[in-house]
Design a protein around this ligand. Structure first.
Ligand code: SF4
Length: 315
């Protein structure tokens, strides 16, 4: 697989673009995830023409429609930032991004809970950075996270799973359009989708079954929308445990009653969060390989992202 293209707030890569001439290097993003992704760095404040160092800024006013104001001299940078951001997101359409990692808490780049100050100078953590808002409105189904949220193992696993899945989907889009490619993609991603949303699993199954009745463009569009919507819904131990039990059903002939009992126990311990997902997954993977189960062995759910990232060791 080619590297996954991700937008990122430039300061997270260690570039000294912050208002105080500093950076916010995040080693996980550069050294670990960086092995699999090609970053497209974006510093809205520098790219809209501001120098380094510069006066710091903050959001002020109505949290739903805040202004971007310099903290000391009170210059209003809103128009300048909005004009640049609206132009930049259109340019991004050519970049084939599979997601974006924003710098948390920034009045330009923060994706949620950014401080917005009222006229008395009191902050409420309800804002969205000016560039982040325009980006997310323009690419509303694209996976986005900030570096702070990515310290949470569940959010991290979910985000990385989504960007890898989107990359595989983009590879389908890169091929000649035909129904067979969608059926093939869907077949391999069925259990992954089920682990996020049983509702979308049903809807997408129905859509693929009716593929012949829909114009191709419409089919691709509907499938992509449902895929992105489904992956936004987080997996939970309960949903994963249901998928694992579903997989276990494929071995009812081969497993002894002791083996079944052991597998059920391991799944139950995972459901109760005594052990991480990697434990039942390893056992299931072992049976898939041992019995060469043809449907399961093609399931992306078994290996949705590189093992080296160890994402399932912590969820
Ligand atoms: S948070 Fe955003 S605007 Fe601020 S330095 Fe980082 S990339 Fe630039």
């Amino acid at each position: 697989m080619e590297k996954i293209k991700l937008g990122i707030s430039t300061c997270l890569l260690g570039e000294t673009v912050r208002y105080d001439g500093g950076h916010k290097l995040d080693r996980f993003l550069t050294d670990t995830l960086g092995q699999y992704v090609q970053y497209v760095p974006v510093c809205p404040e520098v790219e809209c023409g501001l120098p380094v160092p510069r006066e710091s800024m903050r959001l002020e006013g109505n949290p739903d429609f805040p202004r971007l104001i310099t903290s000391r001299t009170k210059q209003d940078m809103t128009e300048r930032m909005v004009r640049w951001a609206k132009r930049r997101v259109v340019e991004f359409e050519e970049e084939d991004l599979c997601g974006f990692i924003f710098k948390s808490d920034s009045p330009s780049s923060g994706m949620e809970r950014v401080k917005v100050y009222n006229e008395k100078g009191m902050p409420v953590k309800k804002g969205i950075g000016m560039f982040a808002r325009i980006f997310m409105e323009h690419f509303h189904l694209l996976p986005v996270e900030d570096e702070g949220r990515l310290h949470d193992p569940e959010l991290r696993e979910n985000f990385i799973e989504r960007i890898f899945t989107l990359k595989r989907w983009r590879e389908v889009l890169g091929k000649k359009e035909n129904r067979g490619n969608i059926v093939d993609f869907h077949t391999k991603h069925k259990l992954l989708i089920l682990s996020h949303s049983p509702k979308h699993y049903k809807m997408m199954g129905k859509l693929v079954a009716q593929a012949k009745d829909l114009p191709l463009k419409e089919l691709y569009w509907q499938y992509q929308t449902l895929l992105m919507e489904s992956l936004r819904l987080k997996t939970t131990p309960k949903k994963n445990a249901n998928v694992l039990q579903h997989m276990m059903g494929y071995f009812k002939e081969q497993l002894s009653s002791d083996e079944k009992k052991e597998l059920l126990e391991v799944i139950d311990h995972y459901r109760k969060e005594y052990i991480p997902l990697v434990v039942p997954m390893t056992l299931i993977n072992h049976y898939v390989r041992k019995y060469d189960q043809p449907y399961l062995k093609q399931q992306v759910y078994l290996n949705p992202h590189p093992l080296e990232l160890q994402l399932r060791n912590h969820v």
